[in-house]
Design a protein around this ligand. Structure first.
Ligand SMILES: Nc1ncnc2c1ncn2[C@@H]1O[C@H](COP(=O)(O)OP(=O)(O)O)[C@@H](O)[C@H]1O
Ligand SMILES: [Mg+2]
Length: 388
């Protein structure tokens, strides 16, 4: 058999792509040359980091904002600018970007930093104290023959803090010549930090508000010029993507996803132009992929709970936990989990945004009941459940 990817590529090239010039600029990881509407935030980072050019450890900084508000992009942009400025000034500085979904414990982060700075540390096996010592020695001894400044960008830091505590911040903020830039999706990130760390962190906060439709439109226009051939997008496409993403909490990533998926649909159909109708279907496609992905990773019993919720919803019944359990045991027959366990499942499904629950009081003496409601499209859920 010939290679399926080579085949696919040949096939795609042969059908010369009349829609896309280059899809890369629509990818989340693409870093554009300029970030529109984030001047304030980037200048603030610069204001806090500039000290390092005078050989002074800069302030710790925290960026807050919902998903897709440009936090990661802004931090990487500031990083490139600082590296450029430091080269001109002959200051020895490293800015290391760590995504805490990839390195989820203090040990892993510190070991990774050591490795990137040229000090080999095994990914496991040492004690935490040994790793921390190896890291600190890089700054204490004259390891590089000159003074090293380090700025660590900890992206998605909430994950690390909730899993492994705030030891990582303690260690970094108590090492000479090290500054931290934390990026958090949650405003209550400080709840994950203990007082011993709060004082040494002493961070400057920068807020990234959600984008409005007009701002999203500017972002998309820039990217569309790089990605699409001329005159391929109907005039209403970018405004529609922007309006839809503005509703989804001003998420630029979602706006880019809509635009990309709309283009892909137009390409698949050999359509001459990308239209607003493609955008609307792109929305379904994205949601469908998201739900399918979530559901396919759920444990079997939880899928069955979801199936029970779907069946009850279709019957038009009000769904109480008791009723749900009945329906669920119908489906799973002998290998059911306990009633108690169902509550955990309900909680998890709610966290994933697939269902919502509402506690109501039935009146005096009759206690309280949980009413469960499906939060995603029935049809989508049904297709997803039965395609697994
Ligand atoms: N102001 C902006 N100008 C251009 N592109 C942006 C801007 N803000 C966000 N983006 C793009 O939107 C996507 C999501 O941004 P990102 O920085 O990953 O958001 P966050 O880290 O806040 O979730 C990325 O592809 C990014 O390049
Ligand atoms: Mg990010």
């Amino acid at each position: 058999m010939s290679n399926i990817f080579e085949d696919e590529r040949l096939f795609a090239n042969r059908r010369k792509n009349h829609i896309f010039k280059d899809k890369k600029p629509l990818d989340h990881r693409f870093l554009p040359d300029k970030l529109v509407h984030r001047d304030d935030q980037i200048r603030k980072i610069a204001k806090y980091w500039v000290d390092v050019l005078d050989d002074v450890t800069p302030s710790n900084v925290t960026l807050y904002g919902k998903t897709g508000t440009g936090k990661t992009a802004a931090s990487k942009f500031a990083r490139e600018q600082l590296i450029e400025a430091a080269n001109n000034e002959n200051i020895f500085i490293k800015i290391e970007y760590i995504r805490c979904t990839d390195y989820t414990t203090e040990y892993q982060v510190i070991a990774q930093l050591c490795n990137r700075l040229g000090r080999d540390v095994p990914n496991r096996g040492w004690t935490k104290a040994e790793v921390v010592k190896a890291f600190r020695d890089l700054f204490r001894t004259n390891a590089f023959g000159k003074k090293l400044h380090l700025i660590v960008i900890l992206d998605e830091i909430d994950i690390l803090l909730s899993k492994d505590g705030d030891g990582i911040l303690y260690t970094l903020t108590r090492t000479d010549n090290v500054a931290v830039l934390s990026i958090s999706n949650y405003l209550d990130f400080k709840n994950l930090i203990t007082p011993r760390v709060t004082s040494s962190l002493n961070d400057k906060e920068i807020i990234f508000p959600p984008y409005g439709a007009g701002q999203l439109s500017d972002i998309l226009t820039e990217r569309a010029m790089l990605s699409f051939h001329d005159d391929i997008l109907n005039d209403d496409v970018i405004p529609l993507c922007s309006a839809m993403a503005a509703k989804e909490e001003g998420d630029a990533r979602y706006a880019l996803d809509l635009l990309k998926n709309a283009g892909e649909l137009a390409f698949d159909e050999n359509s001459e132009k990308v239209t607003s109708e493609h955008v609307i279907r792109a929305k379904d496609r994205i949601e469908h992929n998201k739900i399918t992905e979530i559901i396919s990773t759920l444990p079997l019993q939880q899928q069955r709970v979801l199936e029970a919720i779907l069946l009850l919803t279709k019957k038009g019944d009000e769904i109480t936990s008791g009723k749900l359990y009945e329906e669920y045991t119908e489906i799973s027959k002998k290998d059911s989990v306990t009633y108690r366990r169902i509550f955990d499942f309900i909680n998890e499904l709610e966290l994933l945004g697939i269902i919502s629950t509402n506690t109501i009081s039935r009146g005096r003496g009759r206690g309280r009941t949980n009413i469960i409601k499906l939060q995603c499209d029935e049809q989508l859920l049904e297709t997803a459940l039965y395609s697994i």
